[in-house]
Design a protein around this ligand. Structure first.
Ligand code: E4P
Length: 215
């Protein structure tokens, strides 16, 4: 299973990349605007690509097909690792089909149902991003949607990767892995939580204390 970081913060990305287990990054307009205006959007995306050396999702801001296509082509020019994020709208799907046919990798975002994921895959998306946390927030089972998408893609040998998004805690990642999802994109905090267990810390402390006693 691949780990992506869901952030546009360069310090977080550098730190996560230093573990050697980071496969990619996803950004969205909210995450980018949180980082302020110190760097232009394109420079920021380029720098993330250079740190991660793997797929980096950058989202279009237009909502009409012509401008989405122009933006997608523009974003894809930034770096070979750029994946263009398109929203799951009618124009987003039409634009996905056109730019995917040109060889641009597209991540269809804001997916909240298996039917949306299936349409996005048929349009040629390289990735679909089902948002689990936001479904949980409205008392629906986000992970059930992921299980359904994985099963449907398996049934038809669909190559589109299932990129579990809106991850809120380590159990979302574990559940996604059990279901066979290809990728989980997670906030930095969740990435760090994956490594932790209190018994590991207690165990190490005891090993070191016992070693000291023997000296
Ligand atoms: C995915 O690519 C999105 O950026 C992200 O996972 C959204 O997460 P949120 O629901 O925590 O905003």
């Amino acid at each position: 299973m691949k780990f992506f970081l869901d952030t546009a913060n360069l310090d977080e990305i550098r730190d996560a990349a230093s573990f050697g287990v980071l496969d990619g990054v996803t950004t969205n307009p909210s995450l980018v605007s949180k980082e302020g205006e110190q760097k232009g959007f394109k420079d920021l995306v380029r720098e993330i690509c250079e740190i991660v050396k793997g797929p980096v999702s950058a989202e279009v801001l237009s909502t009409d097909i012509e401008r989405m296509i122009d933006e997608a082509r523009d974003l894809a020019e930034i770096h070979e690792h750029v994946v263009v994020k398109m929203p799951m709208t009618e124009d987003g799907i039409k634009a996905t089909k056109i730019v995917s046919d040109e060889g641009i990798n597209v991540n269809v975002t804001l997916i909240f149902s298996p039917s949306q994921a299936l349409v996005a895959a048929k349009a040629g998306a390289a990735y679909v991003s089902p948002f689990v946390g936001r479904l949980d927030d409205i008392s629906e089972f986000g992970m059930e949607m992921v299980g359904d998408i994985v099963q449907i893609f398996d049934n038809y040998n669909i190559k589109t990767e299932v990129l579990v998004a809106s991850v809120r805690h380590p159990l979302h990642v574990v559940e996604a892995a059990k279901m066979g999802a290809d990728i989980a994109t997670m906030p930095y905090k969740v990435f760090k939580q994956l490594l932790k267990h209190p018994l590991t810390d207690i165990g190490l402390e005891k090993f070191l204390a016992d070693w000291g006693k023997g000296k």
